[in-house]
Design a protein around this ligand. Sequence first.
Ligand SMILES: [Zn+2]
Length: 553
Amino acid sequence: MSTSMFATAQSRVDLIALHGKIWTEDPRTPEAEALAVRDQRIVAVGDSTTIEKLAGEGTKVIDLHGRRVTPGFNDAHVHFFWGGQSLASVHLLDATSKEEFRRRIADFARTRPSGEWIVDGNWDEQKWSPAQLPTHQLIDDVTPNNPVWVNRSDGHMMLANALAMKLAGITRETKDVPGGEIVRDMEGNPTGIFKDAAKDLVERVIPPPSDAQVDAALLAAQRYALENGVTSVQDMGFTGSHAADMQALVLRGYERLLAQKKLKVRVSARFPLQHYDRLATLGVMTNFGNDTLVIGSVKAFADGSLGSGTAWFFAPYNDAPNSSGLPTDELADQEKMYADMVAADRAGLHIATHAIGDRANKTILDLYERLEKQNGPADRRLRIEHAQHLRSEDIPRFAQLRVIASVQPYHCIDDGRWAERRIGHQRALTTYAFRSLLDAGTTLAFGSDWFVAPINPLAGIYAAVTRRTLDGKNPDGWIPEQKLSVAQAVHAYTVGSAYAESQDDAKGSLEQGKLADFVVLSDDIFHMDPVKIEDVHVEITVSGGAIVYQRSN
Ligand SMILES: [Zn+2]
């Protein structure tokens, strides 16, 4: 028995977990049966007999009954408020008729204070028969006091009620805008449906969410994360011109929940690179905060998305030969973006940049290389978010430049259904190229991009290991040579993502001195048919030695 174990035995231990199959992610002791926790941290890992001796009066005991335990999952890329807002709002996606759509909005409106906007919703009229776009008349009489602004599930269409249109000043005289449409009836009156660019006509009058709405969204998001075994999230925040202000609103929400001892998921919140000076002028550096909440990292955008044709490539899209996508406005002014990177880096703020297309990725690797030369070598945890489509020659540069690939494996089995139509087979070979990146020595950090994809890490692990697209058309995996092992996927979802947020000294593995964040799984994902991993669920989630979720059977 080591001296540290002896010291531990003399003092109170808060929790012991016994008789499990613990995947520690500690290379010195990769597997163990038991662990002990005091003051949120692991004080010992070992066999059940040894650990059991550490229990004293008041020690909580979890009998793992031989079940598989992994470190708590750390989701390296979420949009926590947006996700939580959609959970906390009216749910319309599985409404199967316009009557059901109307009833759900009516029921939800009755729970809301007068004047509060009802947003999100995710309706899909294709599930109704007949499939017919809703109109404001369908819901006006059940929402007299609440403006309604609910989105179609693809995000390209919204329905406003009469009150929302009144507040936005929309009348039959309102003109269409380029790139958008106000849908009208036979008499020319707006029906309540707004498409694409026309959405701005209403969105500009929606007030920022109230404190109560922010807190409700964050709590809903937290519940969903903990149910899925996610004990840490890296909140990428918002896009658009109000991104920094919105993230400040959300940060105050996190702080309120922290003060009320309601914040159970660990959060690191990023701010837009363009607003790095808000942090820098205060002297805030990366990971300013405590074990539960930190700020001080920044996020930039290089391009858009594959689905919308705005990911920036060297060669044109196969299905749109006149377009190769484009850089964001932020990257279009490359020297300004680079100057922001240099200044943020000097201020001690770690940088992550969203890059999807191969040209966006190459450009950001170039900027990172230049930054490293200019500011000198340092431990700066540079990241590319998504790193989705890479030219073969750019893959080794991630490891050479120590750039972390922060990737979301679920996107691979989702986009894999149609990606080749857009970019062809050749480019698809180095798309979501997790294995090639890993073989080249890259640090992979896994995440979900929730709300865009489900937060469930087991779905992400399943995706990385099987690459079976959601349409069932690739039972042996889409670009199967890029599959990972379960161990590699779990590593990326724990140690990899902790490294990406520069918290690998406190999280990622289950070893003495680290935070006691772990999950108990219903099956042993390391010893089963990988195809069945999608059915595995989280039974218990422990954060800092406290049970924060337990599945009821
Ligand atoms: Zn995202």
